[in-house]
Design a protein around this ligand. Sequence first.
Ligand code: BG6
Length: 478
Amino acid sequence: MAFKEGFLWGGAVAANQCEGAWDVDGKGISCADICTGGTHIKPKRITPVLEEGTFYPSHEAIDFYHHYKEDIALFAEMGFKVFRFSIAWTRIFPTGEEMEPNEAGLRFYDGVIAECLRYGIEPLITISHYEIPFALTKKYNGWSDRRVIGLFIRYCEAIFNRYKGKVKYWLTFNEINTGTMGMGNLLSLGILNEGTTDFSNQADDPQKRFQGLHHQFVASAMAVKLAHEIDETYKVGCMIAFSTTYPLTCNPDDVLICQEQNRRMNWFCSDVQVRGEYPAYMDRYFREQGIHIKMEENDQDLLKEGRVDYYTFSYYMSNCATADEGRKKAEGNMFGGIANPYLKASDWGWQIDPKGLRYTLNEIYDRYRIPLMVVENGLGAYDELEEDGSILDDYRIDYLRRHVKEMHEAVLDGVDLMGYTPWGCIDLVSASTGEMAKRYGFVYVEKYDDGSGDYTRRKKKSFAWYQKVIASNGMDLD
Ligand code: BG6
């Protein structure tokens, strides 16, 4: 038993992390555009007023805006069947409030989609990937204000109509569950509370944050309904950052704390988006935290009517949970957690756990019984450019090989898996640190953290490896 016929092998990127051209052809400023570069130890700063002389990585990124034809040709050479990218809301509605979409922005994505289709690559579009218009943050404090729902739907309507007949797969909000954490404030919800200066230590108001998340749930459900009305062949999915969490020991206290964390951080959002209602276990959390979700009369019906067609998630690592407060912390994308003595971590402290992917796929499929897709996975690493221009990224091949192997095991276990799009199939800016140095790609880009580099693209060793994996439908992993 192999991966299914037509399995969607490909790669994933996001507009703010690759496009650059941040103010070109009428694009407005997004929340990503006000974040400076940072490093593993020095958090990115959030600067509501742009500073002269400061480096803002999203402003140039890898200039996908002007290189997309070359990049998609490379993806086609690897044999991609699908390319996951996001549309920058600010290219279509620069402040989020215009009545008519920006034609130049729509035209850019016409080009990207046409290029994909030319090679038989299926576009998979994330509608909102960490780049809400900054004007909406200033005026409404982002998603904390219900009025943003209508503006988002206007944006969805514009793109659903424009790309009808060309695109089949959509995702509403990237890693929507980052809104369950303080770090998700600006990143995911466009909320900027007074007192926030840097990305890893944002001023937090959980009431506002969970209310914002509720507005995203409603917006997502409305988008699903609208998509189906506009084109009944559209498939719309949710997207969750899955940080699998194990109890550190079999002490029942650890098991219970682990269950609580998994529910709140990993399951809550998809329980709403897949099952169409708030799970009972969140009532207690809201009660104890003094959070009250304000709903309008037909919100609950909307959530039911706008359930997603498929489930997607990112998977990079796993963590542990314990009731013992003295235990060593691990790092990770937004989550963190407790270090697992059985696992090794990446240079950024993310604990590598391929078997955890098999476990997670099984858990998700058992719970929802709808098709799944791994839309992010990969190793952020320091790559070295050899004198002859090659990049020997055997560590990345090893990481991906082990994960694909476990994905296959999950398929053998009976999981309905649609596809796999490793993250940052071409090097791009890191979301958590704002670095270029944390590279994920099969394609190296000569762009560096001091802003230098001429954007030359080079195939890494992993390029040929992935090409072989795709050609053999995941069977040849050597
Ligand atoms: C996910 C995001 O959290 O992980 C991406 O959807 C992000 O936007 C990716 O880039 C990897 O994280 P990082 O911080 O290494 O870029």
